[in-house]
Design a protein around this ligand. Structure first.
Ligand code: PLP
Length: 421
């Protein structure tokens, strides 16, 4: 209560904006993840890896727009690409050279992508991948995993009944990293697609066991279902996606999103030519896939520079190594404090319970939830902005001093709040 009051007292401008917003937007904003009590922080400016809120506080941005902010807020090469695209006019309603080049770049980079199509978001990319799989197999059933998040309409939180917003897709739900359970469901029949994140992102930064992914591949091959890797968050972990670090199991389809267009809105789905060519308009009976902003000139221009010039294979490896080192440091300072940091590479999530996690907990005690909130509020007070659920993502402009500042803030939290942990 005290931490909440301190938070609110220091942010009168955010509070006033929230009051105004509630009159026109349910809950006062337009993204569930950006709501928290008593009210979310309004941001007004970003530069490099820093953010400033409407009340004048400065933060190191460890939220990183839930991993879409890989390049920070002001990379000059991305800004130049955007300005160039702006000067050539918006909404041209035609195909363009940048989209062809970006598609070629992604296909060269992700071995699982023989063909690719663009969308506006990761959610759409996953919906289109599921559509492609259903058409290819003639089966509507989809196998998903508890804790999986594939977009606001495709969310399967652990420990909760399926949400009302789930689309009427006949899903069967298995436990993450439980190969036997998943394969048993596959063998039950009717499943046309298995969709899985190689590391649960929203579900708590819990990586897949390589043997689990291999078993899914094998189960799909045996039953004729298509395997879809949702790499919307995880593709940053290696030039070819996290799948390449986890044994190289190749999906039939994979999806991308978040950072790929340099911070502009983006999504993509792609995979085996035989499956993707269902969308080929040269063929009779082509599957439709449209979208006004699919090839919007800003995303295409920024994406080409972001993936072609900045986030090279070497940059992906370097970022991975920095994230691995950070997580090890965090677990060192949190040792004995009743918490653990999970994740892979540059994405990390604290859990307010000790011990290894192979799947998201299905129950969280009230104390655990309180610790999570306290952690969040303490980090904000210390100038560290992160996701409300605790997830942290690194961005390219961050220096060793920035990550050390986070380690120091975690260390202070463990010290100051030890009686509560
Ligand atoms: N898939 C995963 C794994 C995600 O983490 C997200 C977003 O957080 C999505 C899909 C949805 O992407 P978008 O928010 O761009 O629709």
């Amino acid at each position: 209560v005290e931490a909440r009051e301190t938070y609110a007292a220091a942010r009168p401008v955010s509070a006033a904006l929230h009051a105004e917003a509630r009159a026109v937007m349910p809950g006062g904003n337009t993204r569930s993840v950006l709501f928290w009590t008593p009210f979310p922080t309004a941001m007004v400016r970003g530069e490099g890896c820093r953010l400033w809120d409407a009340d004048g506080h400065e933060y190191v941005d460890f939220c990183g727009e839930y991993s879409a902010g890989l390049f920070g807020h002001s990379d000059p090469r991305i800004l130049a690409a955007l300005r160039g695209a702006l000067d050539s006019g918006l909404n041209l309603a035609g195909v363009g050279a940048n989209e062809v080049r970006l598609a070629a770049l992604l296909c060269a980079r992700f071995p699982a992508m023989e063909r690719v199509r663009f969308t506006n978001s990761g959610t759409e990319a996953n919906l289109m991948a599921l559509t492609a799989a259903r058409a290819a197999t003639g089966r509507a059933g989809v196998l998903v995993f508890r804790g999986g998040y594939h977009g606001g309409v495709l969310t399967f939180p652990a420990g909760q009944p399926m949400q009302a917003v789930n689309l009427p897709i006949p899903v069967q739900v298995a436990d993450y990293n439980d190969a036997e359970g998943a394969v048993a469901l596959l063998e039950g029949g009717g499943i046309g697609a298995v969709i899985v994140e190689p590391m649960l992102g929203a579900g708590g930064c819990i990586p897949a066991d390589p043997a689990f992914l291999a078993a899914l591949r094998e189960g799909c091959d045996r039953t004729g279902a298509l395997l879809i890797f949702d790499e919307v968050m995880t593709s940053r972990h290696h030039a070819g996606g996290l799948q390449m670090r986890l044994g190289g199991v190749r999906p039939d389809l994979m999806t991308l999103g978040k950072y790929v267009a340099g911070g502009m809105s983006f999504g993509a789905f792609g995979g085996r030519a035989a499956v993707m060519d269902q969308f080929d308009g040269h063929r009779p009976g082509t599957l439709p896939h449209a979208g006004t902003f699919n090839n919007n000139v800003l995303s295409m221009a920024a994406g080409l520079v972001a993936m072609g010039e900045i986030f090279t294979a070497e940059a992906a490896d370097a970022l991975w190594a920095r994230g691995e080192a950070l997580r090890a440091r965090l677990n060192e300072v949190a040792a004995g404090a009743g918490m653990v940091f999970t994740g892979a590479g540059s994405m990390v999530t604290p859990h307010f319970r000790p011990g290894k996690l192979t799947r998201p907990p299905t129950t969280a005690s009230a104390e655990e939830e309180q610790r999570r909130e306290l952690f969040f509020l303490d980090m904000l007070a210390g100038g560290i902005y992160l996701a409300r659920r605790g997830m942290v993502t690194l961005s390219l402009p961050m220096t060793a001093a920035d990550t050390e500042a986070f380690v120091a803030a975690v260390s202070d939290f463990c010290e100051a709040r030890r009686p509560l942990l």
